[in-house]
Design a binder for this molecule. Sequence first.
Ligand code: PLP
Length: 457
Amino acid sequence: MTLHQTNLTTAELRAIDAAHHLHPFTDTKGLNAEGARVIVKAKGVHLWDSDGNQIIDGMSGLWNVNIGYGREEIVDVVAQQMRELPFYNTFFKTTHLPAIELSRLLAEVTPPQFSRVFFTGSGSESNDTIIRMVRHYWAAQDKPGKSTIIARKNGYHGSTIGGASLGGMTPMHAQGGLPIPGIVHIAQPYWYAEGGDRSPEEFGLWAARELERTIDELGADTIAAFIAEPIQGAGAVVIPPATYWPEIQRICRERDILLVSDEVICGFGRTGEWFGCEYFGVQPDIMAMAKGISSGYLPIGGVMVTEKVAEVIANAGDFNHGYTYSGHPACAAAAIANIKILREEKIVERVKSDIGPYMQKQWLALGDHPMVGEARMVGLIGALELTPNKKTRASWPVETGTVGLIARDFSFQHGLVMRATRDTLIIAPPLVISHEEVDALIAAAKKTLDDSWAEVK
Ligand code: PLP
């Protein structure tokens, strides 16, 4: 149903939504008292709501619409694919053209150590696949005891039981009895919130060595893998100090632990490199992918593995795992068209050398605002830490409410979607954003800060 096909008013649409739709990660009662924002169309970096308001999508949907909205090429190839072969599976000794082409393309655009992909339908499914795959990998080498997976507090790896267990979000664990056994969470490299008096470099090393301490305590012969996001997205865009990732890699290599990079947000150009691990100069054994793989035009994900991992899996008989929509032809066709656009238009290179630095300069300058304790950004993913006291990086008293959410509401009023995690404002616009659109985004962010400061200082 679109507004073009209905004469319903926004209020009527909201009432239907309230009556029949349970939204993800939402306090339903609170939402229904207010009414959901109804988005009716999008083009480039802009959204339009049912009242005709034009909004800059500073979050690329859910960090996924990397190439922006409205690319007709994708619509055309998907329509053609749906006419030719809308669905066939990749089980039972069968494959199809989009799965073949996408797997080859992924081997080309991922770092050189990667050669093969297992297709999924989402980031959560990719991470569930990884739990089973790494345990199978070690069992196939007569090391079934290597089964525990180490992840991080405040990490996000999805909402399925496996994904939410790998994630370190305590409010998620509190619902449904998570995490499942065999998953251990260590400290996150969140210097602003937890670094105290240590320098970021010292803190980065300390956080990485939490992994070393944990492996040594539990015994390397019990640990299958370590998983983390290169930049922790939902957990407030935690950009680790430069010392962190190389140390993590050293620890995993020395102790024969698989290194898994969750590239669901960072992959496909977000950091100005094709993958976040490349930005930090590390070579993981496995990558979880989704979101930017198709820029959200259709749902698809994948698990990318090195030839070494692939060989073990390939020689271990049946891997008893798969999804009806693993490699779905129309979704794979959308991903192929998306990756071709990223490549041919040199969108990733543009993030690294043009629009990324252009936006970073203005975004980091927001750090001068009286309510901003830290502004940070890599490529086109960034955050503002809001605080009543820049020196101490303090939080607001509980009575003030969640200032991030107050600011997020002002942001909407100024025609900009930002996301809030507690008192952190988050930005991750489409990678195709123009210089003028960055200027407009920054102007709206400034107004947001001014209005929020006037309300809570
Ligand atoms: N991993 C990361 C790093 C994510 O940010 C997300 C979603 O935001 C996921 C996994 C889960 O992906 P999905 O929502 O497609 O299941």
